[in-house]
Design a protein around this ligand. Structure first.
Ligand code: ZN
Ligand code: CA
Length: 373
């Protein structure tokens, strides 16, 4: 039923449309035209205005042709990690990649293309289905910005499937961590490094002492922490008066995350205080954790559909967030389905044609099962 040629053509066409975060307008227009041709109800929200982008989230709906089936949504994101204005794509047998000079954009066009193909198959074969929503987001890669603005209250789905992780197709992400950002400014006192060093308080030294005794990296099986940047200082002849450190911590257990963050802040405060320096701290929550059980309906349907197609089902916990964190936090149980996107965020990014096909078939099987057909 899946039309491989059409699917591959769609995937290549989508990859050829440059769509870095906040510059998704062209790919959005192409996808909207396609969905309208298929007869879906398509609307956009106003996310672009809020986040400073040239495109909005797209919310499309295919009304049910089976009564009583649960309403479900599928989701993918339009943006790619970096611009690829003239991506050179190479197709070698089953493998699609670039010439190595840019990303491919399979993250997340390997989610988008199979979704379009599945909608084609449903419409052209008049397959039985409940209400289906497509939530296609902007600016996922720079902080899930689109999904955070998407008016999910208008979408009455009971479960969701985000197509946005790597192979093997059949893998399902059922949980992801909470992720917090930490910005710390350590403020010491400037002084001439040669004439009067004893009058200075080195922010670099205070911050370095704090970081040196901090627990970082993998804290335990569900918690990680990292210092990402350390900026400050101008000249060798000045005792450095101020540094800014940007850090993060993540955990599948929000209590453990809060303990780790408190530990990091305490290290800065104690070492600064010992030297007479000041500390300013800002924390912000990037996204909330979720964890779905094996018997959650959304996990059951994903699992049984994968098994029906002999895909290697495996429930996984992610180390990072996706739009699914936002949709779960807004109240709709949502898993992440694996697609063909491989080596994402690198110039070796690639995608297998067979994985595009498997992803489209998996979506169709999920639709079929959800409809009780
Ligand atoms: Zn992605
Ligand atoms: Ca990504």
């Amino acid at each position: 039923m899946v039309n491989t040629q059409r699917l591959v053509d769609d995937f290549l066409a989508l990859c050829r449309i440059n769509s870095p975060p906040k510059q998704e307008a062209k790919v959005i227009a192409a996808v909207i035209a396609r969905l309208q041709r298929l007869g879906l109800e398509v609307r956009q929200d106003d996310a672009g205005k809020h986040i400073g982008g040239n495109g909005n989230n797209v919310i499309a709906r295919l009304p049910a042709n089976v009564r009583g089936a649960p309403s479900i949504f599928f989701s993918a994101h339009f943006d790619t990690v970096e611009p690829n204005p003239d991506v050179q794509i190479i197709v070698e047998d089953d493998l699609i990649r670039t010439d190595g000079s840019s990303i491919l954009g399979a993250d997340d066009k390997a989610g988008l293309a199979p979704l379009l193909e599945a909608m084609e198959c449903i419409v052209e074969n008049n397959l039985p289905h409940g209400e289906i929503w497509l939530l296609l987001s902007v600016a996922e890669e720079i902080g899930l910005l689109g999904a955070k603005h998407l008016p999910l209250q208008d979408v009455n789905a009971t479960m969701g499937f985000v197509l946005d992780t790597g192979p093997p197709v059949g893998k399902v992400v059922v949980g992801a961590p909470t992720h917090d950002h930490l910005t710390v400014r350590v403020i010491g006192r400037a002084a001439h490094a040669g004439a009067a060093p004893e009058q200075g308080i080195s922010a670099i030294v205070a911050a370095s002492r704090a970081i040196a005794r901090m627990k970082l990296g993998r804290i335990d099986e569900e918690t990680t922490a990292n210092i990402g940047s350390f900026h400050g200082g101008q000249a060798t002849n000045v005792v450095c008066p101020e540094v800014e450190i940007r850090a993060e911590a993540r955990s599948h257990n929000t209590e453990k995350l809060e303990t780790q963050l408190a530990h990091m802040i305490a290290c800065f405060r104690e070492e600064a205080e010992a030297m007479g320096a000041q500390v300013e701290v800002e924390t912000s929550r990037h996204y909330e954790a979720y964890r779905l059980s094996e018997d959650a309906p959304v996990v059951q349907i994903a699992r049984e559909s994968a098994r029906a197609l002999a895909l290697p089902y495996e429930a996984k916990l992610a180390g990072g967030g996706s739009d699914a964190n936002v949709y779960n936090a807004k109240g709709i149980p949502t898993v992440v389905l694996s697609t063909g996107m491989d080596k994402v965020h690198t110039h070796d990014e690639c995608c297998r044609i067979s994985d595009l096909e498997k992803t489209a078939r998996w979506v169709l099987e999920i639709v079929r099962r959800a409809a009780g057909a």
